[in-house]
Ligand binder design. Sequence first.
Ligand code: HEC
Ligand code: HEC
Length: 420
Amino acid sequence: MRFVACCALLALASTGSLSGQSPGPGAAAPGIPADLIEFSTPDDNPPSPEKIALGEKLFNDKRLSADGSTACATCHDPEKGFTDRLQTSRGIRDQVGQRNAPTVLNAMFFETQFLDGRAPSLEEQSKLPILNPIEMGMKEPDEVVAKLAEIPEYRDEFQRVFGRPVNYDDMARAIASFERTITSGEAPIDRFLRGDENALTEAQKRGWSLFNGKARCMSCHAFNPSYPLFSDGRFHNIGVAANKQNFEDLALRAIAAVNSNDLEEIDRMAIETEFSELGRFLVTKKRLDIGAFKTNHLREIAMTAPYMHDGSLATLWDVMDHYNKGGIPNPFLDGGITRLGLTEEEIDDLVALMEAFTSDRFAQAAADEMARQKRVAEKQRPERETEVAMGREQHRGDAIPDHGEKDPAQIGGRPLENQD
Ligand code: HEC
Ligand code: HEC
């Protein structure tokens, strides 16, 4: 079954039957391993061109929202790298949620969906925004089904694709099948890794060394040829906006407020309430998951500003400044986050590298966006704390409070000469 699923998609890719764009809807992006696509396609929802076309229609259809104003594509706009470019998303009646919309590009390769991983699959994920009061605001699955069944086109297409009348699960299957065509691979970084020395600029090559070494990005934004996504798919507290909250107090109140594992209830807490900041904790209720979010993959990262679960970092320079100072200290900060001691040139090199994760489809738009971000960053770098990053000022998060100018690699272990 898996084999069939994979080859249905690959056949579509080679004929490009659904779209003239490449890689667009209906075409698996070049550079994504075929067995990864196969592995990420569930046996019980094999794709077909008709199912994908139906899913695309549903993804773009504002009638799936209570007031006809909002489709999936409103917040995951293909032109904007399948995001909305807002700090946090805006749903029906201009209501604003708590979280930044991640891209749908390559979402199919994550083992869990949402920034806290609360949904186990794309199918389960797609059922939630439609019912979320802030996002699309439909009251219940039956209301959605009744609305779709009134539309002759959908009545016919559901019958043709699934051989039965419109129902909520099949709607989710169609949307998920479409999403499994929204992929992105083959960027300059891939050509470089295959041996093309000219694929990256000198700054980007220096950025790649930093990414793997001094800047420690690779420890979470992991890359390997069979999973070339630049994400470990795990959850970490990297100290984003931790200063907004007293996490302990928030967690205690969250425990009192949520005692079920009901997905819709967790969804509302994540999108509508201050508990949103607790991240993975809302799903697992484990203390160690407080403030932990899923490591975003970094493909097309130049397209998806603003950054982080709350959209609090406006530019990639802000992202580097954030990591450079070791994030915002809090009791649940991941052990992998510590001051980095990056110079301004090294920060520029890392930002340059981020553009090398852009596929041809978005190359021009990403170049424009990087130019825009550069102008913003020249005026303001609100996250920059050079003294802390360089270890000249005591870093609140360091394992050893006064390590002076030592190599960040020494943090957490005493240098040999100081040992008794
Ligand atoms: C009002 C804006 C909005 C609408 C409408 C919306 N989304 Fe989202 N989407 C978001 C936000 C915000 C998140 C992150 C929420 C979170 O993690 O808690 C998200 C997360 C996702 C993810 C998870 C990606 C990942 O990396 O884990 C997928 C997939 C997705 N949306 C698909 C859809 C689909 C399909 C629809 C339509 C049925 C839809 N979205 C409707 C804003 C929206
Ligand atoms: C300890 C694990 C870890 C390390 C180390 C790490 N990251 Fe991240 N990264 C994450 C997590 C987790 C998120 C999402 C956090 C959130 O939303 O609160 C993230 C988010 C990002 C984002 C924003 C993605 C988006 O779409 O909003 C960028 C860009 C990024 N990281 C780049 C880097 C770079 C560059 C480095 C090295 C300087 C790095 N990361 C080091 C775990 C890590």
